[in-house]
Design a protein around this ligand. Sequence first.
Ligand code: PAF
Length: 316
Amino acid sequence: MHIAIVGAGSLGLLFAAKLSSVATSIEVITRTGMQAEVLRREGISIEKEEVVPASKFTIVSYEDKESKSGEEAVESPLDFLLLTVKQTAIDDELLSWIRNRISKKTTVVCFQNGVGHEEKLLGCIHADQLLLAVTTEGAKRSGASKVAHTGRGTTDLGFSRDVLPKEQLNTQKIFAGLLEKAGFAVSLSKNMNTKVWSKLIISSVINPLTAILQIQNGQLLHSSASQELMLDLYQEGMTVAKAKHIELPDDLWEKLQLVCEKTAENQSSMLQDLLHHRSTEIESINGSLLRMAEQLKLELPVNRSIYRIVRVLENK
Ligand code: PAF
């Protein structure tokens, strides 16, 4: 299996390191040339677990992607291309690079937090080639080549289209098998919309609150004031979901609290981004909810304020 991973953030590094034991080749595409150099020198280390040597990977920097993409495409046609970037990074340039890099037999697997990724990708690839992944694996990057596996979770996997030809079902199973062999728990889903939206609602509560309050996920449950804020955000998100007729589990509020408990010691990805002065996923999470609410003529006052505060913090 030939795999490429676009995006060497915490999830990208974790999946690249783990999948290197089961894939024929792994290509890691970084955003900066600087990170590519470090990875070529040091490989990837998963803290307290293992160091995967650089020889296991082909490292390509997105900065010199144009010169590299042509050659690589001829050398190793890809079976799977994993996208572990923020939704805002999926721009025309990246889409055209993906189009050049993949063939008809490549399946693109989009790991997403928030919404909007699928719409962008479907402008460049066919729905039969797009697998969506929503994961609760916890990962924290602590350097250009270092990542900690901070919590074991499950990865939900499903095609973007509901009705699938047999061949696609097979591809889904092959990828699930690879993830399982690499040590991840996988659940195949026929209704990814529900999974994507459940994660969207959960992230719209945990991520901005932990980022603004600068606390670990579990600490959200420690005060009644933060629980009230959580409930406000949750209810606003649910209003949008209901207006859009999205099917969601009845116990999503309990699930949200369970995520806080299970990831109690973790820093949410949004808090990690702010602490490292990186842009956050606020646009694809609370920003998306606000844009949908506007179209539906709904008011989300708590989301609006929280969104604005995170935008201010991003520019600090
Ligand atoms: O984005 C994250 O850090 C996680 O996915 C979390 C906090 C569980 C929210 O979905």
